[in-house]
Write a protein that binds this ligand. Structure first.
Ligand SMILES: *Cc1c(COP(=O)(O)O)cnc(C)c1O
Length: 341
């Protein structure tokens, strides 16, 4: 008996989780003529700063799946934690409101890595940037004095317990949206590219951008180059763990080992959330040549790495994946900027 005729379906269509639309996709991807000429590269940029959702950023991609999952689970409250200046919490607060979900988050102005200790330089200005946008959107941000990430997590979990004690169905949303669904979102984003690149450079932090892009381009000849924004060398192991879990749920998404997750720790500066001189100079460099803005916590530091390594990458066709973060520019007070320039 002949096999029944089946509609041709791409593998991704058959495995795609439900999605709550938030972002304008695909985001633009275009060459940077002036920067290319000056750096001796064929430099392109992927504009996830233009997702069109509460001032852009890569988190809208992840939230499309995370919010739909919360709705599918019939959750009432979503709970998370992060820096008060978090781009993720800004986008999560807005997405939750749109979906009719209550949102609560434990925040610190500037949480730090326990190994590295508290930073001595100034972070972003309290009350500005993402925090201003969050005060417009709503949601419950519970502030705690600065401490390490472990302490912040404990506060976040306590908020979740409290919601449950109130009799509500609560869902914990991982920091930065880096769950299996977050990886899926960026793995899918990689399929928007219509050009082939020698290398993709981007700011890496909670891991799903790195794991998503990395697994899509595994063994493809495209080098995936993450620039770390946190001073925690052990994060490659956490990323590999995330990759393993994702592969178990979505077998088409390749698994990556720690040694396959290239992370450059040379541009973190003083710590997570602390603007650096090289990062601020990179922001100015790109703004003056291309009229494109970067941010002081993530993309400015990643672009500083690109400027630094450009001589060694000469002649490459290189993509800078702009992950957003623009609101933080408005929390980079004049004092900090002058201090660093
Ligand atoms: C969250 C974020 C990143 C890092 O993405 P991850 O998937 O968390 O590693 C980079 N840039 C900006 C602007 C971000 O908000």
């Amino acid at each position: 008996m002949p096999e029944p005729r089946r509609l041709a379906r791409s593998p991704i269509a058959s495995m795609e989780p439900n999605r709550f639309p938030l972002a304008l996709l695909p985001t633009p991807c275009h060459p940077l003529a002036r920067a290319s000429k000056e750096l001796g590269l064929d430099l392109w940029i992927k504009r996830d700063d233009l997702t069109g959702f509460v001032m852009g950023g890569n988190k809208a991609r992840k939230l499309e799946y995370l919010i739909q999952q919360a709705l599918d689970l019939r959750v009432e409250v979503v709970v998370s934690c992060g820096a008060a200046h978090s781009n993720f919490l800004r986008q999560l607060a807005a997405a939750a409101e749109m979906a009719g979900l209550e949102f609560r988050a434990a925040v610190m102005e500037c949480p730090y890595d326990s190994g590295a200790g508290p930073p001595t330089s100034q972070g972003l200005a309290p009350g500005f940037g993402n925090q201003q946008i969050c005060s417009i959107i709503g949601g419950k941000f519970v502030f705690f004095p600065d401490g390490d990430w472990e302490t912040l997590f404990a506060h976040g979990y306590a908020l979740e317990d409290q919601a449950i004690a109130e009799g509500k169905r609560a869902l914990w949303i991982p920091v930065g949206g880096s769950s299996k669904l977050g990886v899926f979102a960026l793995w899918k984003a990689a399929q928007e590219l219509t050009e082939r690149f020698d290398r993709i450079v981007f700011a890496s932090s909670s891991g799903s951008t790195h794991v998503g892009l990395g697994s899509f381009f595994k063994s493809s000849g495209t080098e995936i180059y993450g620039v770390a924004c946190d001073p925690e060398p052990e994060i490659a192991k956490d990323f590999a763990e995330l990759s393993k879990e994702t592969h178990e749920e979505f077998p088409l998404i390749h698994e990556l080992k720690p040694e396959e997750l290239k992370l450059d720790f040379g541009f973190v500066g003083e710590g997570y959330g602390i603007p650096s001189q090289a990062g601020n100079e990179a922001i100015r460099w790109l703004a003056q040549r291309e009229g494109i803005l970067l941010d002081p916590v993530y993309t400015g530091k990643a672009f500083a790495a690109l400027l630094h390594h450009a001589p060694r990458w000469r002649g490459e066709r290189l993509l800078f994946w702009h992950t957003g973060g623009i609101p933080s520019l408005f929390a980079l007070d004049r004092h900090t900027w002058d201090l660093n320039s």
